[in-house]
Design a protein around this ligand. Structure first.
Ligand SMILES: O=C(O)[C@H](CCc1ccccc1)CC1(C(=O)N[C@@H](Cc2c[nH]c3ccccc23)C(=O)O)CCCC1
Ligand SMILES: [Ca+2]
Ligand SMILES: [Zn+2]
Length: 304
């Protein structure tokens, strides 16, 4: 039979049914999605619980990706497609580099690895140990967080330390919300599968998860590249305040413009305030209600 694009189906890690854009060749189906415009490919691989990357293609014999062990592969592939569609449909961005680069994910990385990361080239997801984390590709906001690191690398290029790093982190959490706006939590779908209602972080209440929500409580530390996952609570809170006052549609436009037009590798929190104000002025007018909402949000977190 001819080779080419096919449509399969499978179950994510939470047992949810999903249809999948796959590829058939020579008796084997691959998690290889060629349906995106301008040759934007999405491919998903497995490290088979080793740590060598990129690993081998996730394959299936009958295009029914229903094995329990395939849940992480199914989610990584499907959610990468959701994030591709978000950036294309909302911001007219073709993949993370705006040039149709392949979005590559590798799942089953390491043994019970309780984390995930963008390594500068691709996304990598651990399976979690089943207590702290379920397989991390099982959360759409986590997948959006990781792909947004790639977008940031190709645009603002925010250094991954101190305030620029916390801003980098915040952009990934904030676009994680824009892609999955059902709550202000991050990672709730995979964090502590045995405990309901908790999460890794919260945009609305950073303090609930040990993060500062005001500049007075900025944490000066050498850990975590200068506390990039801690101090992101401050810009995250400002984003929450902005979103709740101007709405998601306007907020994602000013955030995308700030990230892609104004922010640079060494931008700090004050530069972020200025970039978002400039973006609000560009799009909605200097002194507009939108502009003033951004002023108010950053005042409330003590950043001027
Ligand atoms: O992308 C990121 O910012 C995080 C990348 C962490 C990483 C960096 C470099 C090499 C390996 C791993 C991964 C995520 C993260 O925020 N990790 C935090 C929290 C965390 C997850 N698993 C952990 C295990 C131990 C300690 C902290 C954590 C961290 O690494 O700090 C993002 C969304 C979910 C996981
Ligand atoms: Ca969420
Ligand atoms: Zn991150």
């Amino acid at each position: 039979v001819a080779e080419g694009a096919t449509t399969g189906y499978g179950y994510g890690i939470l047992g949810d049914y999903k249809t999948l854009n796959t590829y058939y060749s020579n008796g084997t189906y691959y998690l290889y999605d060629v349906t995106k415009p301008m040759n934007g490919v999405i491919e998903t691989r497995t490290a088979q619980n080793g740590s060598s990357l990129p690993g081998s293609y996730s394959v299936d014999s009958n295009n029914a990706w229903t094995a329990y062990s395939q849940g992480a592969d199914v989610d990584a592939h499907y959610y990468a497609g959701v994030v591709y569609d978000y950036y294309k449909n909302t911001h007219n961005r073709n993949s993370f580099d705006n040039n149709g680069s392949t979005i590559r994910s590798t799942v089953h990385y390491g043994y019970q690895y309780n984390n995930a990361f963008w390594n500068g080239v691709q996304m990598v997801y651990g399976d979690g140990d089943g207590s702290v984390f379920a397989p991390l590709s099982g959360a759409l906001d986590v997948v959006a967080h990781e792909i947004t690191h790639a977008v940031t690398d190709y645009t603002a290029g925010l250094e991954y330390r101190n305030q620029p790093g916390a801003l980098n982190e915040s952009m990934s959490d904030v676009f994680g919300y824009f892609v999955e706006p059902n709550d202000y939590l991050l990672g709730e779908d995979v964090y502590t599968p045995g405990v309901s209602g908790d999460a890794l972080r919260s945009l609305s209440n950073p303090e609930a998860y040990g993060q500062p929500a005001h500049m007075n409580n900025y944490v000066y530390t050498s850990e975590d590249n200068g506390g990039v996952h801690i101090n992101s609570g401050i810009p995250n809170k400002a984003a929450y305040l902005t979103i709740t006052s101007i709405g998601k549609a306007k907020a994602e436009k000013i955030y995308y413009r700030a990230l892609t037009v104004y922010l640079t590798s060494t931008s700090d929190f004050s530069d972020a305030r200025a970039s978002l104000l400039q973006s609000a002025a560009d799009l909605y007018g200097y002194g507009s209600s939108t502009y003033n909402a951004v002023v108010n949000a950053w005042n409330q977190v003590g950043v001027y």
